[in-house]
Design a binder for this molecule. Structure first.
Ligand code: NAP
Length: 298
């Protein structure tokens, strides 16, 4: 991952962040990084709507919930219609799993990691982008989107076998989601210049993201997550560190940019040419169409 040293933004004091009246949606805000962000932003005064499978913050002031299984594109479409897109200031995508050792397929015929970690984001973001933030009372700053993934790591994906039907390896399958999310940032930033769209690479954080690969509660999972817990920051620490970036006006002129775990700008992965992105997106849309869901880009 390479720093983009051509520009910088000025860090602000996180304890002084006032997010009163900010309207936020976090797709994947029920666990891990998304949950840490949701709790922190709500604590600073934001109204946060979280989407996930299991709500763990009942009674937390400022946090509301929509239940959905986002491995299904039909569910992603339903969620898109439920989101109050017109009044949102900020949307963050954190939904994700890790590909399992054996290929898993959803009821809609899509490899599960691809569906959960990438394709539902494609569906939701393209559905809400045209109307995002258009009815806000304070429209002094453009509406923002942050896509959490692993951008800048050199992954460009395999559009010729995106659904891993020809061959399957957990890591290769997961790399398609990494590439897809980075391209989603670049693609939506290009098609919707009214929005500010960014990618976040949190680095290693102790969460439940590896459960599907390592086996939830298995000895392997316990050992690896304990080690990560010793070496890497907790989700709450990352949330605090990154929160000022989510609202700073200092990045408004840089839609399509990616940031590392410290919130520093990084360069996009090499090889993400316009042709490659266009092919990858077309393949992604075709896969989603199998589930009877159309992704339309303006
Ligand atoms: N943690 C790391 O080390 C790390 C490193 C690099 C990048 N990332 C990226 O950061 C993002 C967040 O990961 P995380 O570490 O916070 O993972 P996490 O703790 O496992 O949280 C994942 C979130 O996704 C939701 N989710 C999973 N399956 C779902 C489904 N079928 N339907 C709806 N929601 C579902 C979970 O909701 P429920 O709990 O309600 O099911 C949870 O809110 C991911 O994109 C990941 O790739 C993480």
């Amino acid at each position: 991952m390479q720093r983009d040293t051509r520009w910088n933004w000025r860090q602000t004091d996180v304890t002084r962040l006032d997010l009163k009246d900010k309207q936020v949606a976090i797709v994947g805000g029920t666990g891990g990084i998304g949950r840490a962000l949701s709790r922190f932003l709500a604590e600073r005064g934001a109204n946060v709507l979280v989407i996930g499978q299991i709500f763990r913050d009942m009674g937390v002031s400022g946090v509301k919930f929509i239940q959905a299984d986002l491995s299904l594109m039909q569910e992603a479409q339903r969620v898109s219609a439920l989101l109050p897109a017109e009044t949102l200031d900020l949307v963050i995508f954190t939904t994700g799993i890790f590909a399992a050792p054996q290929r898993q397929e959803t009821a809609e015929g899509i490899e599960r990691d691809l569906a959960v970690s990438y394709l539902n984001r494609l569906v939701i973001l393209n559905a809400i982008a045209p109307k995002l933030g258009i009815q806000r009372t304070d429209d002094s700053t453009p509406p923002r989107v942050f896509i959490v993934g692993y951008p800048g790591a050199g992954q460009i994906g395999t559009p010729d076998d995106l659904n891993t039907e020809k061959s399957y390896k957990a890591m290769s399958a997961h790399r398609n989601t990494v590439a897809g999310n980075e391209m989603l940032v670049l693609d939506v930033a290009k098609h919707y210049p009214r929005l500010r769209v960014f990618g976040l690479n949190p680095g290693l954080i102790k969460t439940h993201i590896r459960d599907n690969l390592l086996g939830k509660g298995s000895w392997k999972s316990r050992v690896i997550e304990s080690l990560i817990g010793l070496l890497a920051p907790a989700a709450d620490d990352y949330a605090q560190r990154i929160a000022p970036l989510l609202v700073t006006p200092g990045i408004d002129g840089h839609s399509g940019s990616m940031f590392n775990s410290k919130g520093q700008a990084i360069l996009p992965s090499q090889g993400l040419t316009l042709d490659h992105i266009s092919k990858f997106m077309a393949t992604s849309r075709a896969l989603v169409a199998r589930a009877g869901v159309a992704v339309v880009t303006s």
